[in-house]
Design a binder for this molecule. Structure first.
Ligand code: PRP
Ligand code: ZN
Length: 300
């Protein structure tokens, strides 16, 4: 195992929408970790990799400052930081490596129940509370709207009730925060998901090799989530029809069946979920003994 300085440091959200999924992703990539007493540092036991659990908004800065090599954070935070750095004339020193398949949400304008909203023009001259001032400013600019941006560091949803703002611009995932605060989503500004960022600062060859390995494993984990292994028997003459029905499969394996005349076995990896309707259609064109199995791991 590598010495301390050459261990990869990965920043994750401490407690929030992305925490469980981020940890789960790394565990699926084979990581075994133990959590420190302070709960802020996890030590990778079988990989030269440690996890730093921090506020999501701090993750791009930690990567920018080269404290962490990688970070898992929402596209919303990445974009806000990128614009913030740009506004200050600083080049962002992090790059987006990979978009992940969790943490879906949207950054939206929300208005108090009963308030009128007829498109961006309704924002003119209003006070809008947000923790995303740069993304909001760009949106207002693009829509030719002048409004006052009230930048808060949290609890944006209570700003209208406190009289600090007319509207808010915040993340909406399930919508329960808005509902609980008598707000309604009026306009979506940006869609977001979790993504991995990395430092472009030259890391050692050893670290780079681990980043590559991790990326390949993450690709594999993301692919198997939807993938299925399908096996069936079919008359050889029906193979063309069957291949058309197999969702997202490349070259299936065709094996002759001993003593079954013209019948063959078809084995294929489908990169999309296989629904009952597909099985029924396969049966309809002559397939039988159809089995669908989950895929545990995949390496392209
Ligand atoms: C966002 C946002 C809302 C909540 C919305 O917080 O600020 O509080 O999630 O989710 P809901 O629609 O499911 O209720 P985030 O997870 O980014 O945490 P943070 O603001 O504390 O960083
Ligand atoms: Zn946050």
């Amino acid at each position: 195992m590598m010495d301390k300085a050459s261990r990869l440091k990965v920043a994750l959200q401490k407690s929030g929408r992305l925490t469980d999924n981020s940890l789960d992703l790394l565990v699926r990539c084979g990581l075994k970790y133990s959590r420190g007493k302070d709960q802020l540092l996890c030590y990778g036991e079988n990989m030269p990799l440690d996890l730093l659990l921090v506020r999501d908004d701090d993750i791009p800065d930690l990567v920018q400052q080269d404290v962490c090599d990688l970070g898992i954070v929402g596209l919303n935070v990445i974009e806000e930081k990128r614009l913030a750095f740009q506004a200050r004339g600083i080049a962002p020193l992090f790059e987006q490596l990979q978009v992940l398949d969790f943490g879906k949400c949207r950054l939206s304008i929300a208005v108090p129940d009963g308030a009128k909203y007829d498109g961006p023009a309704s924002l003119r001259g209003k006070r809008i509370a947000t923790t995303y001032p740069n993304i909001l400013a760009r949106y207002l600019r693009e829509n030719d709207v002048t409004a006052e941006i009230v930048t808060l560091s949290g609890a944006v949803e209570i700003a209208p009730r406190l009289g600090r703002a007319d509207f808010i611009c915040d993340l909406v995932s399930t919508g329960s925060t808005l509902l609980a605060n008598h707000l309604r989503e009026a306009e979506m500004i940006m869609e977001s998901r979790a993504a991995i960022i990395s430092t472009p600062v030259a890391v050692s060859a050893e670290k780079q090799a681990w980043i590559q390995r991790l990326r390949m494993r993450i690709d594999g984990v993301q692919q198997v989530k939807e993938s299925k292994y399908i096996m069936l028997h079919a008359p050889r003459a029906k193979l063309a029809d069957i291949r058309k029905l197999l969702p997202g499969s490349e070259a299936p394996t065709i094996v002759p069946l001993d003593g079954a005349g013209d019948k063959v076995a078809v084995h294929a990896v489908c990169r999309e979920n296989v629904f009952w309707e597909t099985l029924e259609s396969l049966k309809g064109v002559g397939a039988s003994s159809i089995l669908v199995l989950p895929v545990e791991k995949m390496l392209a």
